[in-house]
Design a protein around this ligand. Sequence first.
Ligand code: PEP
Ligand code: MG
Length: 767
Amino acid sequence: MSRIAWFKDLDKDSLSVAGGKGTNLGIMFNLGLPVPPGFAITAQTYQEFIDRTGIRLRIEQFLQQLNVEDTKTLQEVAQKIQKLIESAPVPEDIAEEIADNYELLGADYRKASQLVTGNNVFVAVRSSATAEDLPEASFAGQQATFLNIKGREEVITAVRSCWASLFTARAIYYREKNKFPHMKVLISVIIQKMVNATHSGIMFTINPATNNAHEIVIEATYGLGEMIVGGEVNPDLYIVDKSSREIKKIEIKKKEMAMFRTESGRNEKRAIPAAEQTRQAISDVHIKELARYGKKIEDHYGLPQDIEWAIEKDQVYIVQSRAVTTFKPKENKLSPEIQEEEGKIILKGETASSGVYTGRVKIINDPSELDRIEKGDILVTTMTTPDMVPAMQRAGAIVTNEGGMTCHAAIVSREMGTPCIVGTEHATEVLKEGQLITVHASRGIVYEGKVQVAQEKISATPINAGADIITATEIKVILDLPDVAEHAAASGADGVGLVRLEIMIANGGIHPAEYIRQGRENDYVQLLKEGIRTIAKAFAAKPVWVRCSDLRSDEYRNLEGGSSEPKESDPMIGWHGIRRLLDQPAILRAEFKAIRELHYEGLKNVGVMIPFVIRANEVRTAKEMMREIGLEPCKAIDFGVMIETPASCWVIEDICKEGISFVSFGTNDLTQLTLGIDRNNSRIARLFDELHPAVLGEMAKVIRVCKKYGVKTSLCGQSGSNPAMAEFLVHQGIDSISANVDAIDTIRRIVAKTERKLLLDAERERQ
Ligand code: PEP
Ligand code: MG
């Protein structure tokens, strides 16, 4: 087998040869997109390298009986293996083959037979991990990337460092935890020509400001793209109609500076001559050409894309593309031009969790019928409640009549990765029992029968894609299902900002009040301990904030003892949260005890927060109860308050004075209560807006007051996955933001960008 595979030779089946990155580049190249030229050094070449140099055995010896929980030894072993790889001479024939192909990049890559020796170009050298039968192994932690590499020797050195990066402490830890055999995980290395950009920018195939899916938005400036990503320049903005490619809007900005690459490969900022500063950065022809590529990529992947592009010598290049998973289409109706599959659409709704699934319908009219759901069925129901979780876990897809982005069906299905469409209004009438349907959740549509959807259209960016981006604002994850804790931890999130106990409770099958009624408090403690322990361990020493149960009286009727729940006219604003826990202190005590016992086991990263607070005295009473069971709030354990009622915003000063470690905004409820919009009502879901000035005003006030009292601020509602909210929060100086695991990468990037811009603005003001 050849050691080198040029992009033209790679396709969707190349994972085991070229890893995730290489495969994607191959797919884009073969779509006819102008990807900068390059090739993959196959994963099997790495294998050959460790075999022929004889270091395989030594690596195996180092890894034998390694206890990855012993951080110091893990670091030492990781360094030893990396040194071993980096100092092993690459066999001459391998080195020569790589270097010769590298030199081909200096020629016209489309005429690869023209070898122009000595004409060395700058390349990026990137790792692309893979594993036989284990494509997810590309999540295996950090893998090195080297930019602006030039020359045969330098390329070989960078390739070896990429191979070595398969053995960072983090990657070893991750593989151990996920039981990936170390030696089966291989690494491909991508060598790609660097574009020496005269112009560059970003393109969104959906308007991020308005969520308009019919528009493509392009930002452009002179020189390299770093200035845009870093927020250091105000780029031009062009809006293009996606189907006609007519340019709808051109906003020219003053571009005073730009970054260019010097001869030696350094990046250098230069002033732009006055006459060019206010000129349109790129021509209309290039704008339309870019829009055409943007649409093509989006059509291929089936999801809106966030694309980096560059121009060198009038040639447009697509440098990178990743899915934008967090923008929700404003309208439920899908425009015909983005319906690609052949098939009859029978239902439309809102995307709660992306993906595609074909299966048979099971209509559930009453929770008592949930046992009928077998593995792989499509669960169709009016509205899911948390007590349906066990059945939801068996379902292949979920379709509901009611609900919006923040309803439990949406929250849980996103976590499980189960395709889910909510708010269809008529699913239970239109769909028939046993009917075969295809749920294209990424597009919010249901097709009759089996409809073919290309697999790569539903692939998304790896969750840890930006794990090496450092932000001052911590980026955490929301996590309710212990089963997916390892997966969520692999995102590199800085902790868990919200663990909802309700999902563990639903899986346990017994209502907490019933445990107490039966005198089985300890069984409840054990149930919670088990679930929380799994999460706390997966996140090692990172903080995990557990929310005490928030049990609405209508949502758990199907559990044992659930029929004793009171019938309330409006359970959303009824007997739940801390008000209920203080009425039924035995439940709260059991929850505190579970956490106390985990602390005794050494899991001191577990913190606690109380939901639906409206008065400072609720905080005081809860703290007293915690003290009574032997944990000192705010000292031995992080003790926080959820800010999800307007009342709590008004009395935030009093709450802070009680002494708390942190607050966390529950924007699902805060928006519902501030705007007076039932979050489960699909009829008014379009009015549900976490960015409403009233909600933002409340949050800004709370952050301001908390800063005065040294109380940390966080957010754990669904809006943490919305880039616009993240940007707002960074401006307010929030300490941490929690997002859904599939949105971590996007949020991390937007936070990094916003932080850099703030720093630069501050710097400019000082000057
Ligand atoms: C919220 O209200 O934003 C929240 C995180 O809690 P829940 O969604 O469980 O009500
Ligand atoms: Mg809430």
